[in-house]
Write a protein that binds this ligand. Structure first.
Ligand SMILES: [Zn+2]
Length: 204
């Protein structure tokens, strides 16, 4: 793989950390240059956080990961398949020409997650979808060695943490890990999965 650039798209700051933070840390260790792209600032978060506060938390989290982050402003609960939004996403992809692209899985309850997924799939292939509800993953990554850093990065999004979240995260990553006999894991779905870095384990 000659081009070592990876784009990891999320609708809201912290989506990427939840879905594939551990995997990105491992890919960084093997020499990839990674950019997290949040399409919104998450300003309509149910926890009543200000836009500035969320940006500050997102930047802190990126610093913990040691990964670059670009935050766009398509509007929380407003991401659509409009020409305007398509143009923005197309420009980001053309600028970085990623060799690997991560996006939210297209089956989800949140319209922003679904539309982020669909917007990107028009312009780049293949996409590795990170999965918020495990339905039909076909790839897994053992993130045991970097799990603590993933948790620290998520903890930086202080305003978003509700009681029970840390336990839920732990359980979810443990359950994902069980699929490949590891302590902690992250799951993905990809339509094509050729020439992937060896950290990915094919499930079927
Ligand atoms: Zn989200």
């Amino acid at each position: 793989m000659e081009n070592k650039t990876i784009l990891a798209f999320g609708a809201h700051p912290d989506d990427v950390e939840f879905g594939c933070g551990g995997t990105l840390l491992l890919l960084k260790e093997i020499g990839f240059e990674i950019i997290i792209v949040d399409l919104t600032k998450g300003e309509k978060s149910v926890h009543g956080t200000s836009r500035d506060e969320r940006i500050k938390e997102a930047e802190e989290s990126a610093e913990i990961l040691g990964i670059k982050r670009d935050i766009y402003d398509l509007g929380d609960k407003n991401i659509s398949l409009s020409e305007e939004h398509k143009k923005i996403v197309k420009k980001i992809i053309e600028r970085y020409k990623p060799s690997l692209t991560f996006a939210p899985y297209f089956i989800d309850k949140h319209p922003d997650h679904i539309n982020t997924s669909k917007l990107i799939s028009d312009f780049v292939k293949p996409i590795y979808y990170y999965i918020s509800d495990v339905k039909n993953p076909n790839l897994a990554v053992d993130i045991s060695n970097v799990y603590d850093t993933k948790v620290s990065a998520l903890n930086a999004h202080k305003s978003q943490i509700k009681p029970g979240d840390p336990e839920w995260l732990e359980e979810r990553n443990r359950d994902s890990g069980k699929m490949i006999n590891s302590n902690y894991g992250e799951l993905f779905y990809a339509e094509e999965n050729l020439n992937l870095p060896s950290i990915f384990v094919k499930l079927k």
